[in-house]
Design a protein around this ligand. Sequence first.
Ligand SMILES: NC(=O)c1ccc[n+]([C@@H]2O[C@H](COP(=O)([O-])OP(=O)(O)OC[C@H]3O[C@@H](n4cnc5c(N)ncnc54)[C@H](OP(=O)(O)O)[C@@H]3O)[C@@H](O)[C@H]2O)c1
Length: 215
Amino acid sequence: MRIAILGTGVVGSTIGDKLVSIGHEVRMGSRSASNEKARDWAAAAGRLASQGTFADAAAFGEVAFNCTAGVSSLAALESVGAENLARKILLDVSNPLDFSKGMPPTLTICNTDSLGEAIQRRFPDTRVVKTLGSMNCKVMVEPSRIAGDHDVFVAGNDPEARAQVSRWLQEWFGWKAPVDLGDITAARGLEMWLPLWVRLMGTLHTADFNLKLAR
Ligand SMILES: NC(=O)c1ccc[n+]([C@@H]2O[C@H](COP(=O)([O-])OP(=O)(O)OC[C@H]3O[C@@H](n4cnc5c(N)ncnc54)[C@H](OP(=O)(O)O)[C@@H]3O)[C@@H](O)[C@H]2O)c1
C-alpha cells in the first residue's frame, strides 16, 4: 500500500520504519521538499521509502498518518491541501501539547473540543480516526514491548473508517482488537490522558507502559 507519513519527528520515522519493514511504500512529508531529517530517513529506510513536502506525501498516500507537532498540526495540514486528503483516512496520532513554557506541557485545546475534532471540522471530506497517540511511538508499532494485554483506541465519525483502522492496527503492528470509542468527540478524552501519561513517565522512568482496561 502507499502510505503518507506527515511529520519528520520520532513518531513519523518509527511508524515509517515499521511500515517499510512489512513491505509498504512510505513517503514522509515535511514543510520543505529538502528536509534533512526526511532525506536521511528515506535514505536509511531503503527503496520503499521516499520524501517530499506535506502535499507531495499526502497526494502519494492512499492513507495518511498525522505525526506533526500538535500545536502546528492544523498549519501543517493546511499546507497539504484538502484535495490531497479528500475521501482518505487520516490516522491522527498527534496530541495538542504546548511545551513553550517548559515541562509539564499544557493542552492547547481540551474539555469541550479536541485537536482530532478540529482537524475533522477543517477537513470534512477526510475520514479522521484518532488512534495510537495515547502511548509512546515504540509501543505503537510494537505492542509486545509491554507484557500481557493492553489497549489501543480508535475514534472517528465514520464507522467503516474505524473498522478499517482497527484491521490495519492488528495487521501492521500486531495489536489485539482495538477499543472502538465511537465518534471523534472521544478524541477529547484520549488527548486529555496525556498530562497523566507525561506524569507517569516521570514516575516510572520509562515510556514502556500503556493503558489496560480491566472489566
Ligand atoms: N513521541 C511520542 O512517542 C509520541 C507519542 C504519542 C503521540 N505523539 C504525538 O505525535 C506527534 C509527533 O511527535 P514527534 O515528537 O514525532 O514530532 P514533533 O517534533 O512533535 O513534530 C514534528 C513535525 O511537526 C512539524 N511542524 C512543527 N512546527 C510546524 C509548523 N509551525 N508548521 C507546520 N509543521 C510544523 C515538523 O515539520 P518539519 O518536518 O517541516 O520540521 C515535523 O514534521 C505530536 O503531535 C506528538 O504529541 C508523540
